[in-house]
Write a protein that binds this ligand. Sequence first.
Ligand SMILES: [Zn+2]
Length: 419
Amino acid sequence: TKVTTIEEANALIVRHGERRKSLGYDTDGVVVKVNAVWQQNILGSTGKDPRWAMAYKFPPEQAETTLRDIVIQVGRTGVLTPTAVLDPVKLSGSTISRATLHNEDFIAEKDIRIGDRVIINKAAEIIPEVLRVAVEKRTGEEKVFHMPTECPECGWPVVRKNGEAAVRCTNPHCPALGREGLIHFTSRDAMNIDGCGPAVLLQLQERNLVKDPSDLYLLTADDLMELDRMGAKSANNLVRAIAASKENSLDKLLFALGIRHVGAKVARTLALKYQTMDALMKATQEELAQIPDIGQVIAESVVTYFGDPGNQDYVERLKELGLNMKMLGTAASNENHPFYGKTMVFTGTLPTLDRATAQTMAQEVGAKVTSSVSKKTDYVVAGADPGSKYTKAQSLGVTILDEAAFRRLLENRDAQSSR
Ligand SMILES: [Zn+2]
């Protein structure tokens, strides 16, 4: 629609805000654009956003419904999450019958009771949430909710640690952990294994064919054909999809491991930084905490995870099964790296890195590592007691880096590729 004044544009947005409720699809806003191309050119853009187009976002829609029950879901980290079961209600184009209640503090704070009339909202792409209770509509029949003291999946006691809102199952072998861990492992942002949905995984777990995700890689088409509604063709496809996931890049695998606080984005940051699983497993908490966007909580979680012998065995098993343990697909971005195509020699004892790790780190960004210094050498990375290579480098005028300088240059790539 073409308008000539800003008042007309505003009126149109208000009209559209009413009209969108009766549309057959979801809309979350209106974009106002300058129509003439020559005016667009004058206005130009800031970075990637044009100055001649502006989005107006409608506020999230709300709806009122009755909260029938509160059920508990146990996630892959053993956290018990209370979920509201609602009388189905239309909201932003979809029918909502469940909403998250996050944790018991959330429920207490909003004084949400079973049987309450509640106002729910749903912002774009966000799980529906209970906004508030229509307290004035209470009848006195509403029941106060209490978190269970036992895990609904396995019956073990639950605990709530000091300072945490989450209540967890204390059973390290709670069936929910295995099941949710499998679902997470195969999910799109993790190993992205097609045809391996929750229904298939649940059967595999029940039949004891799969205990942890590493068992997936041992499945044969015959194993899979035992499952309900699994023909030879789908079974073969699934075996192939599982095998193909071995080639996934380190960031996918890292996310798939399900380390606490390591989401898809953090996994990518870590994979880019360390390039290999081995290098990451050797990283110290101090080192990790210094990486931008990581911080102490994630650093501690990563170190705790890899410090656990059970997890070490698990990673080792995945490695033996042939899963890729390296960051892939960054070769192109390495071309701008200061070490790309450079010949490097390492000598002496570095303060924190062992030599093999330092060499791998350089190789991962495209450096050629050699053992002797010559005129062709671009950099010598020298630690304590460097010996004759150091003096030779000095006499040839080769650039000598200490570990700190090496790391600074190495990290240069991160700064470039994250842009
Ligand atoms: Zn449990």
